[in-house]
Design a protein around this ligand. Structure first.
Ligand SMILES: NC(=O)c1ccc[n+]([C@@H]2O[C@H](COP(=O)([O-])OP(=O)(O)OC[C@H]3O[C@@H](n4cnc5c(N)ncnc54)[C@H](O)[C@@H]3O)[C@@H](O)[C@H]2O)c1
Ligand SMILES: N[C@H](C(=O)O)[C@H](O)COP(=O)(O)O
Length: 347
């Protein structure tokens, strides 16, 4: 891995994710679009990736893009889209659509470099292309269970509790639990964890999204929010008391609402975000509303991290037909969060 001291302004770092998936191609397309939108001075992009893969993929896609490990663009024509790269070499050559366990540590190296670069002050934010969680867990060289970026970034930055939030189609949906087997969800929703989750959401909606007094709607866990205890007691025993404590403290936190009927304008028009209890309670709604243009944000981290709303799409890899809209939206969101955070620290 090669480091070049990056001069101001700090770059937004893109990690290109699983090399056999669509991560590199959507990163390239979105970066080119970002460059063409004129963001070369206020929020330039930098790739954390294997530079040969970037060059080869751009050539295969017919994109005119140049890549340099050096601070000054070397061989590109004046004004041509030139991107800095923190070169991390692949462990083995890639075949599109075919996972290779030998490259799993490479995927984590991209993330480690992004975190370290932000901590060095070289990067202002990280935007992650999708990874394949299964192949990372199959690697004999990866010793910790890998649940997702969200959990990995929390661990690597020593953050006790983070919150996954996806946004798109006019919705923001945060999750009380992330990549957990469904059978483990009820036990994971404790008064303590729910309280911290809500605190993290309210704080970041203010500091990273510029919402002075966030309005949060909270789902129940069980069908019909437990039907008065006849279909589960988590609402009565855990969720209601936690929400009441926020209301008492003056926060606009409402619920628990039955999840099946909460996602309608009547409720959503009067809210900034919804907190769902588990992954497949909230995300299908969000992805139905915005797949291809939605984003994923990790709240509660000491760094800014955004990502796409889709996975590695191994079935599309190498065809260069994948929609880069979500990657572009993730870059835009990282940029907007940088500005909100700067403004909120000035206040
Ligand atoms: N941010 C991330 O790292 C992230 C997010 C979601 C899923 N994943 C991982 O990706 C892997 C595959 O997950 P999956 O199959 O459930 O979801 P997926 O998003 O990869 O694919 C679901 C469907 O959507 C299509 N699709 C996905 N992205 C697209 C795009 N940009 N343009 C056009 N079509 C697109 C695919 O071809 C497929 O038909 C899993 O390992 C999963 O954990 C990672
Ligand atoms: N839960 C996310 C989704 O469905 O889009 C996805 O798996 C990515 O999660 P991480 O950002 O934690 O990798």
């Amino acid at each position: 891995m090669t480091h070049n001291k990056i001069s101001a302004p700090p770059h937004i770092a893109i990690t290109t994710g699983e090399p056999a998936g669509i991560g590199v191609e959507v990163s390239l397309r979105a970066a080119l679009q970002w460059h063409q939108a004129g963001h070369t001075d206020d929020a330039p992009l930098l790739f954390i990736s294997d530079i040969s893969v970037l060059r080869q993929t751009a050539a295969d896609m017919g994109l005119t893009m140049f890549f340099t490990e050096n601070p000054a663009p070397s061989s590109s024509p004046l004004d041509a889209p030139t991107f800095r790269v923190c070169h991390v070499p692949l462990h083995q050559p890639v075949q599109a659509g075919v996972l290779n366990v030998a490259n799993a540590p490479y995927v984590l190296q991209l993330l480690d470099e992004a975190i370290a670069g932000i901590q060095r002050g070289d990067y202002a934010a990280m935007v992650t292309a999708p990874v394949q969680k299964s192949i990372i867990n199959e690697s004999p060289n990866v010793h910790e269970k890998f649940m997702g970026h969200t959990e990995y970034l929390a661990a690597q930055t020593n953050t006790k509790q983070v919150v996954m939030m996806l946004a798109g189609g006019g919705l923001r949906v945060a999750l009380a639990t992330t990549h957990l087997p469904l059978a483990e969800v009820p036990a994971a929703i404790t008064a303590g964890s729910l309280r911290t989750t809500i605190e993290v959401i309210l704080k970041d909606l203010t500091h990273k999204f510029g919402i002075a007094k966030p309005r949060l709607l909270v789902t129940g866990l069980n069908p019909h929010a437990g039907e008065g205890g006849h279909m589960g007691r988590e609402e009565i025993d855990v969720i209601v008391p936690v929400l009441a404590s926020f209301v008492q403290a003056g926060y606009d936190v409402r619920g628990p609402y039955p999840a099946d009927t909460l996602f309608q304008p009547r409720y959503l028009n009067d809210a900034d975000a919804v907190l769902a209890m588990y992954h497949d309670q909230g995300l299908p709604v969000l992805k139905y509303a915005s797949f291809g243009h939605g984003i994923n944000i990790t709240l509660g981290l000491p760094i800014i991290r955004t990502s796409v709303d889709h996975g590695t799409a191994l079935d599309l890899a190498g065809q260069y037909v994948a929609d880069a809209g979500s990657m572009f939206a993730a870059i835009q969101a990282a940029h907007d969060m940088m500005i909100s955070q700067k403004n909120s620290t000035k206040m």
